[in-house]
Ligand binder design. Structure first.
Ligand code: DGY
Length: 323
């Protein structure tokens, strides 16, 4: 009798999301929803697995893949897949999938929320109330900056960037974008105008980073880029921490080269509570929650399972990112 394929899932996911795999495979999950699977356990599971369902925080490197002789697919629960060594997967004939589209609007919402929170000092103001330090109404108490009518510069105009551009037009913002390739369709749809990076940095009141992390984009925001920005401008990052030279950002904030930042992502996650970026009141920080709504995370988990089911049945899923 043929052995039933084995699927290992690196976090506990709701049972309802596993449905696509139920008749097809033996499934086991790491017993925690909010703690990463220890490397040793992952390696051990990979030795047997036909498929692994991973989170964007799980490093899937060459060494892990080499120790996984039966592995046919790595299904990442996220649109980003910079945690996976694609070249190694390619060489070993392993399919890598992601979960695009279904998280676009949710992540665009969060990105725009982070922009608004940064401009209007929402977390700082909330902390003032909670700490008991709100003594009286003041004409400039917690005064932030307007968003409507300002210029937003979106770096990385993919699906999420387009979603942010649509939201920005609803706030009567002037929308600039920079991307590897020009997006005429998006320009028509959103009214966004293409700009070279230098111009975008110089003219934007909000620079929003949504480009994927690749060899090309790694550390693309250094002190030099922040210095090109207006002193009144905010830097918002909802993509990956690896796009930013964090020391350069700290220096730009110290030197008041920019007005503040909104960060959903960091170079090292979870970020160390003693990290200098966390010491600035004008930096709004979030724990990488771009796509984190119950509805979207369930859809992502289901799609990640469906991607595996396709491969196990011998089909090619739509969301393959390599090969
Ligand atoms: C993604 O999908 O890549 C997100 O960063 C996860 O929230």
């Amino acid at each position: 009798m043929r052995r039933k394929p084995y699927v290992f899932i690196t976090r506990t996911l709701p049972d309802s999301t596993l449905e696509p795999l139920l008749d097809l495979a033996r499934i086991s999950m790491w017993e925690e929803a909010d703690k990463p699977v220890p490397r040793e356990r992952l390696e051990k599971e990979a030795e047997e697995a036909d498929a692994i369902l991973t989170m964007v925080s799980d490093p899937v490197d060459r060494e892990l893949l080499e120790g996984a002789p039966n592995l046919r697919v790595v299904s990442n629960m996220g649109v980003g897949y910079d945690n996976i060594d694609l070249q190694a997967a390619d060489e070993m004939g392993i399919i890598v999938c992601n979960t695009p589209d279904i998280l676009t609007e949710t992540t665009a919402d969060l990105t725009f929320a982070l922009l608004l929170a940064s401009a209007r000092r929402i977390t700082e103001a909330s902390d003032l109330v909670r700490s008991g330090n709100w003594r009286e109404w003041g004409p400039l108490l917690m005064a932030g900056h307007d968003v409507y009518g300002k210029t937003i510069g979106i770096v990385g105009m993919g699906r999420i960037g387009t979603g942010v551009a649509k939201r920005a037009s609803g706030f009567s913002m002037n929308v600039l974008y920079h991307n590897r390739t020009r997006r005429k369709e998006t320009e028509n749809e959103t009214g966004a105008a293409y700009a070279p990076l230098d111009r975008l940095l110089k003219e934007s009141d909000f620079v929003v980073c949504l480009a994927p992390l690749t060899e090309e984009t790694k550390q693309m925001f250094t002190y030099h880029e922040f210095r090109l920005m207006k002193r009144s401008a905010f830097f918002i990052n909802a993509s990956r921490g690896g796009l930013v030279d964090e020391r350069g950002l700290v220096k730009a904030l110290e030197d008041k080269q920019i007005a503040g930042a909104g960060l959903d992502v960091f170079q090292e996650e979870p970020v160390d509570p003693g990290h200098p970026l966390l010491s600035f009141p004008n930096v709004t920080v979030l724990p990488h929650i771009g796509s984190a709504t119950v509805e979207t995370r369930k859809r992502m988990a289901q799609l990640a399972c469906r991607n595996i089911a396709y491969v196990l049945k011998g089909y090619r899923p739509k969301a393959v990112v390599n090969r």
